[in-house]
Design a protein around this ligand. Structure first.
Ligand code: HEC
Length: 196
């Protein structure tokens, strides 16, 4: 019994430790900076770990996956290409060294993936810990923008990797500004068939 109690207390303490890590979500596309210089973009609705927060700037940690032969893009995981971070195409070397490799994997197609982690500074205004409100706003934008011509498609009708193409194919019907388009794609990806 005493043994069990010890386990229980350990789990509880460990749980508290995990809880004390502070997480947030980007509420807009924003610059990822290293030593005060912008190196990449973090997309809207990207989950981040908050390392240090001040009024102006926040140090964050981002975890994700990237293809070995295209380090300029960091995505959610090997199956779900929800974009988290984008480096300019020409900055392969900078992209490569801005994230640390945690582990390497080979997928079913023989592609090599890196599980990566990177630390950056972003504007504190670009981050929120009220993800629910943010998602509700994104849902509203989707519902208002995409229900004009046909019934709303359920987010679950397509996968994380299919949604960007589906939304892109609507741009001849309804040209959207990039931030709106990205928010809609992210909302749909967060609720897609394989999102959970
Ligand atoms: C101006 C009218 C219009 C608006 C606004 C519009 N659509 Fe469409 N949508 C269409 C038409 C027309 C089709 C059928 C022809 C086609 O597939 O291109 C369609 C088809 C679709 C399909 C079905 C494709 C398939 O494979 O079955 C999806 C998904 C879709 N739209 C998503 C969206 C999303 C997401 C938005 C908001 C960004 C949107 N639509 C806004 C006109 C529109």
């Amino acid at each position: 019994m005493k043994f069990l109690t010890t386990i229980f207390v350990s789990v509880l303490l460990f749980g508290t430790n995990l809880m004390s890590a502070n997480f947030g979500t980007t509420n807009t596309r924003t610059d990822a900076m290293i030593n005060g210089k912008s190196v990449a973009s973090v997309t809207v609705l990207t989950p981040v770990e908050i390392v240090k927060m001040s009024k102006e700037l926040t140090t964050i940690k981002i975890k994700g996956f990237r293809l070995e032969n295209y380090p300029q893009m960091v995505v959610r995981d090997m199956k779900r290409g929800e974009v988290y971070v984008e480096f300019p195409n020409e900055n392969e070397e900078l992209a490569s060294k801005s994230f640390t490799i945690i582990k390497k994997y080979e997928d079913a197609y023989g592609e090599i993936w890196h599980e990566v982690e990177g630390e950056f500074t972003i504007n504190s205004a670009a981050i929120t810990n009220d993800t629910d409100t943010l998602i509700k706003q994104a849902q509203k934008t989707y519902e208002q923008t995409c229900s004009m011509c046909h019934g709303l498609h359920k987010a679950k009708d397509f996968t994380v990797n299919q949604w960007p193409h589906q939304v892109e194919s609507m741009m001849t019907e309804i040209p959207l500004e990039k931030p709106i388009k990205e928010l809609i794609i992210k909302y749909l990806q967060h609720n897609a068939a394989d999102a959970k």
